[in-house]
Design a protein around this ligand. Structure first.
Ligand SMILES: CC(=O)N[C@H]1[C@@H](OP(=O)(O)OP(=O)(O)OC[C@H]2O[C@@H](n3ccc(=O)[nH]c3=O)[C@H](O)[C@@H]2O)O[C@H](CO)[C@@H](O)[C@@H]1O
Ligand SMILES: C=C(OP(=O)(O)O)C(=O)O
Length: 435
C-alpha cells in the first residue's frame, strides 16, 4: 500500500488544469455498451476508478483502444455475457462503485445483467433502491442468487412508462436513462438527478440516436429507439477537482490560476467557497485565487451563523464538504457543516482535531468549525485516508501544516485524482509517494 510524505509549509503558485470528470467518465464509458459501433471519448481522466472500469469492460469483450493518454475508443461488438456469471466479475465489481453503471446498458441491449454489491467510498450506506425501482418500472424481473449473493436481472421486453423516483440518485438516474433509451415506447422520469454529468450523458446518447428531452431539468422524457450508433464525446472538467484546487489555493496558495474550468457547469461551488471568505476572480473560463493573508466566514443576512449543507444538484455537492471544512479551519469565524446525504463522511475530522483544528463533531451529520484565522498552524500528523474526498482534504491540511505528515491508503486519493503529487509539486508542493 502506498503513502504520501508531505512536507508542510510550502506555498503554491502557478497554473493548474483540471482533469476530466471522474463521475462523467464512469457514466459515458458504460454508455458505450449500448452500441456495437465505435464510441470515441476524449478527456478521460487517468485515475484508478476509470482504469478499473475500462479493464472490466475489456473483460466482458469490449474492444478498447487507447488513442492517447486521455482518449479512448470503445467498440462493444462482441460481448461475452457468460463473464457476468464468473467469480472474477463479482470480485472486480466489488472494488468499484462505477461498475453499477453497467447494469442499465446491459439490460437495455442484451436483456440481462448481474448485480453484485458495488465498491466505492465507505461513507455510509449506499443503497441501490432507486436503480432497482426504476428497472422494475420498466418491466425488469429480479432473481436473487443466494449462493453467490447476487441479483440476476432479466428485461427482455423493457417498456417505457411514467416513474417518480424515490430520490434524485445520480447513478440511479444515469442507469435508468441508459435502460430506457432502447425500451419500447416513452419513459418519463420525474425527480431525475440533473447534474452536468447526467446532462452530458443525455447529450451523448442523443448524438448516438436516442431521443431524450428535458435535459438539465428533473423531468426527462425518453422516446425509445430500436438501436444506437457510434459517436464522439468530450468529458467536462471535474468540478470536484476544481473545488479541491480552490480549497488548496485558499489554504496554501500564493496566487493560483485554475484553467478551463467550465464555469457554467460549476453551479454553486465557487459561491460556497466565497461564503467562507475565499476570493475567487474569473477570467474567461479560468478561476484565479489570489494570495490571502486572511479570509472571513460570512454570516446569514439575519446575523445567524453560516451553515454549509449538501443537496442534490443544483445544490452543493456532498463531495466537496470535506474540502470546504478544511478551508474553514483557518478562516476567521465559525461555520456549521451539515452533511445531509451521507452518513459517515464527517468522521475524518478527528484527524484534523489531532492536527490542532477546532472542530466540534455534533453528530455523524454535523460539525462546527471555529477557524484559527491563521493565528495557529495545524500540526503535521500521520493519518489514513478513509475516502477519496477526506483523502484530498487531509492532503491539503498536511500541505498547510507545520512539519512533515504521512497519509496512508492513498489508493483512495488515486481513485479520483490524476497524478496528483506531480501536479501539485509543479506548483511548489513537496509531496513524495512511497510504497
Ligand atoms: C460514481 C458517482 O457518480 N458517484 C457520485 C454519485 O453517487 P451515487 O449515485 O451513488 O449517489 P446517490 O445520488 O444515489 O446518493 C448519494 C447519497 O445521497 C442521498 N440522497 C440522494 C438524493 C436525494 O435526493 N437525497 C438524498 O439524501 C442518498 O440516499 C445517498 O446516501 O452521486 C453522489 C451524490 O452527488 C456523489 O457523492 C458521488 O460522487
Ligand atoms: C463518493 C465518491 O465516489 P464514488 O461514488 O465513486 O464512491 C466521490 O467521488 O466523492
Amino acid at each position: 500500500m502506498e503513502s504520501f510524505i508531505i512536507e508542510g509549509g510550502h506555498s503554491l503558485s502557478g497554473t493548474i488544469t483540471p482533469q476530466g470528470a471522474k463521475n462523467e467518465a464512469l457514466e459515458v464509458i458504460c454508455a458505450s455498451l449500448l452500441t456495437p459501433e465505435e464510441v470515441r471519448i476524449k478527456n478521460i481522466p487517468d485515475i484508478l476508478d476509470v482504469k478499473n472500469l475500462i479493464l472490466l469492460l475489456t473483460d466482458i469483450g469490449v474492444d478498447v483502444t487507447r488513442i492517447s493518454r486521455n482518449e479512448y475508443s470503445f467498440k462493444a461488438e462482441n460481448i461475452n455475457l457468460d463473464y457476468l456469471e464468473s467469480d472474477e466479475f463479482i470480485r472486480k465489481c466489488a472494488s468499484l462503485r462505477g461498475s453499477v453503471l453497467m447494469i442499465g446498458p446491459l439490460l437495455a441491449r442484451f436483456g440481462k445483467a448481474v448485480v453484485t454489491k458495488p465498491g466505492g467510498d465507505k461513507i455510509g450506506r449506499r443503497r441501490l433502491d432507486t436503480h432497482f425501482l426504476g428497472f422494475k418500472y420498466l418491466g425488469a424481473k429480479f432473481l436473487h442468487n443466494d449462493e453467490r449473493n447476487t441479483f440476476e436481472i432479466n428485461g427482455k421486453e423493457l417498456k417505457g412508462c411514467y416513474m417518480l423516483l424515490d430520490e434524485a440518485s445520480v447513478t440511479g438516474t444515469a442507469n435508468i436513462i441508459m435502460a430506457a433509451v432502447l425500451a419500447k415506447g416513452t419513459t418519463t422520469i420525474y425527480n431525475a438527478a440533473c447534474e452536468p454529468y447526467i446532462q452530458q450523458l443525455c447529450h451523448m446518447l442523443n448524438q448516438m440516436g436516442a431521443r431524450i428531452s428535458g435535459i438539465a431539468s428533473n423531468l426527462l422524457t425518453i422516446v425509445g429507439v430500436d438501436s444506437l450508433h457510434g459517436t464522439e464525446h468530450k468529458i467536462l472538467p471535474d468540478m470536484i477537482e476544481v473545488g479541491s484546487f480552490i480549497g488548496m489555493a485558499a489554504m496554501v496558495g500564493d496566487g493560483i490560476r485554475i484553467k478551463n474550468v467550465s464555469l457554467r457547469n460549476l453551479g454553486i461551488i465557487p459561491d460556497a467557497f466565497r461564503r467562507l471568505g475565499v476570493k475567487i476572480d474569473t477570467e474567461d473560463d479560468d478561476l484565479i485565487i489570489p494570495h490571502m493573508d486572511h479570509y472571513e466566514i460570512d454570516s446569514f443576512i439575519d446575523g445567524s451563523i453560516m451553515t454549509l449543507a449538501d443537496a442534490p444538484w443544483p445544490g452543493l455537492t456532498p463531495d466537496l464538504l470535506s474540502v470546504l471544512l478544511v478551508v474553514a479551519t483557518q478562516a476567521r469565524g465559525s461555520v456549521l457543516f451539515h452533511q445531509k446525504m451521507f452518513e459517515s463522511r464527517l468522521f475524518f475530522v478527528d484527524k484534523l482535531i489531532d492536527m490542532g483544528a477546532q472542530i466540534i463533531l455534533c453528530d455523524p451529520h454535523r460539525a462546527v468549525v471555529v477557524g484559527h484565522d491563521h493565528n495557529v498552524r495545524l500540526r503535521a500528523g500521520r493519518m489514513t485516508s478513509p475516502d477519496i474526498r477526506a483523502g484530498i482534504a487531509l492532503l491539503i491540511a498536511a500541505m498547510s501544516a507545520n512539519g512533515t505528515s504521512r497519509i496512508d491508503n492513498i489508493a483512495q486519493i488515486d481513485r479520483g485524482y490524476e497524478d496528483i503529487e506531480a501536479r501539485l509539486n509543479n506548483l511548489g508542493a513537496k509531496i513524495e509517494r512511497i510504497s
